[in-house]
Design a protein around this ligand. Structure first.
Ligand SMILES: [Zn+2]
Length: 569
């Protein structure tokens, strides 16, 4: 005889209707987060879909009261979840967002009291712990609201599972590696930094080094992969679709972790996040700036109170260094202070000004421009002092003697040299040329004549710790005929460029028809561009540049990875 179910299923809408309602939550979220969601990964979305399908089933199966069988509850939860995940930054959005959090908590507690579902208890505890951690860590309402920018619900809910990464055994598998990348640091102003000179006295430095882009995301991805933007994929396409790295691209941190290194990253630029693909391989990944959810729509940097200072980032790195028992570690520190706004400026007007204001809103006289440049240099001085403290700690541990230390920048900054200001719009020297210093065992101190690129850093580190690497090894002389290339802008027309030791070629719209060639020996300010001749090696190199593939085109992505030798099939 069949047992009577303890909760007979009431009449009314079928299971499909409940599933549809509940699955609308992750579906909406998937749609909103798709442009940036190559990481977190597919399995996390699958967990999320399973959880929400389970909730739909539970409501269909157990909710006996007619009120609890209406779509009212799930719809409120849907709205609440969307706001919980989005973290809007306008006032109305914030209020709605707080309401959304309340709705989620209310709906969860109601369901909990009614159904006593252990899964829901776990999810609520996890979300509560995550929110609490964010509140304590960030201690500002703005940062709390963004919840690390668009992390899927499952990613948030599963946070406790990955809160304590397991460090590898503390054995010596290679020299310590430190990469210090400083945002928006012009090569010419960097040359005056005490910390840079201190490193340069111990290692190699390149008066000619070029970024792979005019702005942060693609350039830093090149540092961490050794690949060009078209290969690692992290970029904004046509200024409207922004995406992180292609899943599967090998990161330096992953290679080092596999070798047995303990890895940590302390990052002050919101573009460098879990979402954009920088976290794999790091046992301790600290994106210290919060990202707006929809990066493709909101290019405005976080407000000054949200920007972690070089002091704070270095403090965090030093704390980690103190407790890390591993002699083989990889420490990556990315500092943001030279980026606008200049929060340390004496002139209060400089403390809030952003590139957008400078470009469109105010007349800036030459005197005002010079004063702003001084505020920029002041930020570099603040950064310099913080880097100095980091170098003190590294020196005390012997890392400057036996380790690999790189100091560089993602890009520079224009101060109206070519009629514009900030970065991300141009490929002239002030924007795409960067400082670069390498301290490593066996590297003799002194300037190098060759032309270096940010793409050379990862292969150099890989080779220096005994990993196989393709690309230029900066410990060896770079061929005199080397051509370095750079791709992309974040606003205005897209640009490409290529340079060798004495010339730079810039293509507007990456179009050979709009090519300007500059003689860097006789025209170092790059004021008199001429058309290149057909077949010029710089033109050939620039013409070969492609924009990164838009993610989601799996076949094309796989083909690209196969071409790079990353996929075996
Ligand atoms: Zn940057």
């Amino acid at each position: 005889m069949a047992e009577a179910p303890s909760h007979p299923v009431p009449d009314g809408p079928g299971l499909g209707a409940f599933l549809l309602l509940w699955l609308s939550v992750p579906l909406v979220e998937l749609y909103l987060g798709w442009p940036l969601s190559n990481r977190p990964m597919a399995w996390q979305y699958m967990v999320e879909f399973a959880v929400f399908a389970g909730l739909g089933w539970a409501q269909w199966r157990f909710a006996t009261h007619p009120v609890l069988r209406t779509p009212f509850g799930p719809l409120l939860v849907s709205v609440g979840m969307v706001f919980l995940v989005m973290g809007p930054d306008d006032l109305v959005g914030r209020l709605l967002y707080l309401v959304g959090i309340g709705v989620v908590v209310w709906a969860g507690l109601t369901a909990l009291a009614r159904f006593r579902i252990p899964l829901l208890v776990g999810a609520l505890v996890a979300v509560g712990a995550r929110v609490g951690e964010q509140v304590v860590r960030m201690s500002t309402i703005d940062s709390f609201l963004t919840l690390e920018g668009g992390a899927p619900f499952a990613d948030v809910a599963l946070w406790p599972l990955r809160a304590a990464p397991v460090l590898p055994p503390a054995v010596d598998v290679g020299p310590p590696v430190v990469i210090i990348s400083i945002d928006t640091l012009r090569a010419d102003d960097a040359a005056a930094m005490t910390s840079l000179r201190r490193l340069a006295a111990r290692g190699a430095s390149w008066p000619r080094a070029m970024s792979t882009s005019s702005w942060t995301l693609p350039a830093v991805a090149s540092i961490q992969t050794g690949l060009a933007p078209q290969d690692h994929g992290a970029a904004c396409l046509a200024g409207v679709h922004c995406q992180g790295m292609v899943e599967g691209v090998p990161l330096l941190a992953e290679d080092l972790a596999e070798k047995g290194y303990a890895n940590a990253a302390f990052l002050a630029n919101a573009w460098l996040s879990r979402t954009t693909g920088f976290a794999p391989g790091f046992h301790n990944f600290q994106p210290m700036a919060t990202a707006p959810f929809d990066l493709k729509l909101d290019m405005v940097p976080p407000k000054d109170e949200e920007l972690p200072s070089a002091e704070q980032v270095v403090d965090a790195a030093l704390s980690w260094l103190e407790v890390t028992p591993n002699p083989s570690f990889y420490l990556w520190v990315h500092l943001l202070d030279p980026h606008m706004p200049y929060v340390n400026a004496e002139d209060e007007a400089h403390r809030e000004v952003l590139g957008h204001d400078l470009r469109v809103a105010r007349p800036w006289t030459p005197d005002m421009q010079a004063a702003l440049r001084e505020s920029y240099r002041n930020e570099i001085a603040v950064t310099d002092a913080a880097v100095g403290r980091l170098l003190d700690a590294l020196e005390a541990r012997g890392v400057l003697d036996s380790g690999i230390v790189v100091l560089t920048a993602d890009h520079g900054e224009e101060f109206w040299e070519h009629g514009d200001v900030e970065h991300g719009h141009s490929h002239h020297a002030e924007v795409v040329d960067v400082p670069l210093v390498l301290v490593a065992p066996g590297v003799e101190p002194g300037e190098r004549v060759g032309l270096a690129s940010l793409m050379d850093i990862a292969p150099t580190v890989r080779a220096a710790v005994g990993l196989g690497a393709s690309g230029y090894d900066l410990r060896q002389p770079i061929p005199a005929d080397r051509i370095a290339v750079s791709w992309g802008t974040i606003y205005r027309r897209v640009q490409c460029s290529a340079r060798d030791a004495t010339r730079r070629l810039i293509l507007d719209e990456c179009n050979p028809a709009y090519a300007r060639l500059y003689d860097l020996v006789h025209d170092p300010m790059e004021l008199h561009g001429v058309a290149p001749v057909t077949g010029d090696p710089l033109l050939v190199a620039a013409e070969a540049l492609e924009p990164p593939l838009q993610h989601g085109d799996e076949a094309a992505t796989t083909a690209a990875l196969e071409a790079l030798g990353y996929v075996d099939r």
